[in-house]
Design a protein around this ligand. Structure first.
Ligand SMILES: [Zn+2]
Length: 249
């Protein structure tokens, strides 16, 4: 299935491969897809590795449409190659994004709670899965600051005040997750280094966000990507002792 989508002046192509998954809890069959390849013409990339490019996030955790329990998608794919015909007519597997649709007000907090809950329950059975959940938890907490309201309408005091209030509240919420963030980052760094081949810029950013600026500076000094935009932006923020997530541009 080839899908070409245009959103404004940005275009991307995605190649989707239909699959069938079976819920390990209740045995329900669901249709889903694998993302085969895509070309991105525009994306917003952030220091914590998250990209917003309009492509559906490569999701590893599905939610059963019947029993509403989460499961690892790749472990639940039915054997056999082409699932095109078998998947037709089956309900589509849910994921955290659809599940959060029920929570108008505190979607961001629900997302944080979802990943924290899976980690607390020991939902993962490998380093790779743990790293996936910890990265998603990290991104979810950062989302509180990542998506601050920046758009200011031409002199509409009420809306401007609302945006300021919203940003302040999110800042407070973010600070309330500080301890969780640091513990999560510590474990994530451990897994990242253990996995080998750690990207020094990415690792330096993890130390920066954790508030360990000396260690971040030490790692980044050894980097050989000094011409990189990310490098320059990172050095600036480590010097300023700024631990916030930022857009790389
Ligand atoms: Zn189920």
């Amino acid at each position: 299935m080839r899908i070409l989508t245009f959103t404004g002046k940005d275009a991307f192509m995605t190649l989707l491969n239909p699959i069938v998954t079976k819920c390990p809890h209740c045995g329900s069959l669901m249709s889903d897809y694998e993302l085969m390849s895509y070309t991105v013409f525009h994306s917003e990339n952030y220091s914590d590795g998250k990209s917003d490019n309009g492509i559906p996030d490569e999701k590893m955790v599905s939610i059963c449409v019947e029993c509403r329990r989460p499961f690892w998608r790749n472990d639940a794919i039915l054997p056999g190659g082409d699932h095109g015909e078998a998947s037709a007519g089956l309900p589509f597997a849910g994921d955290i994004n659809e599940y959060l649709w029920d929570f108008e007000d505190n979607r961001q907090l629900q997302r944080i709670g979802f990943y924290k809950g899976l980690l607390d329950d020991g939902f993962h059975d490998s380093d790779e899965k743990e790293a996936y959940l910890r990265t998603r938890l990290w991104w979810a907490v950062n989302d509180l600051l990542r998506y601050r309201r920046r758009w200011m309408p031409p002199f509409r005091p009420r809306l401007i005040l609302e945006a300021i209030r919203h940003n302040r509240m999110n800042r407070r919420l973010f600070m309330s997750y500080r301890q969780l963030m640091q513990k999560n980052l510590e474990r994530l760094m451990f897994l990242y280094i253990k996995g080998g081949d750690a990207d020094p810029l990415y690792l330096a950013n993890m130390y920066r966000e954790k508030g360990d600026f000396a260690k971040a500076a030490g790692i980044i000094a050894k980097s050989d990507s000094k011409k990189d935009v990310f490098f320059r932006l990172l050095v600036k923020r480590i010097r300023r002792r700024d631990s916030m997530v930022f857009e790389i541009k």
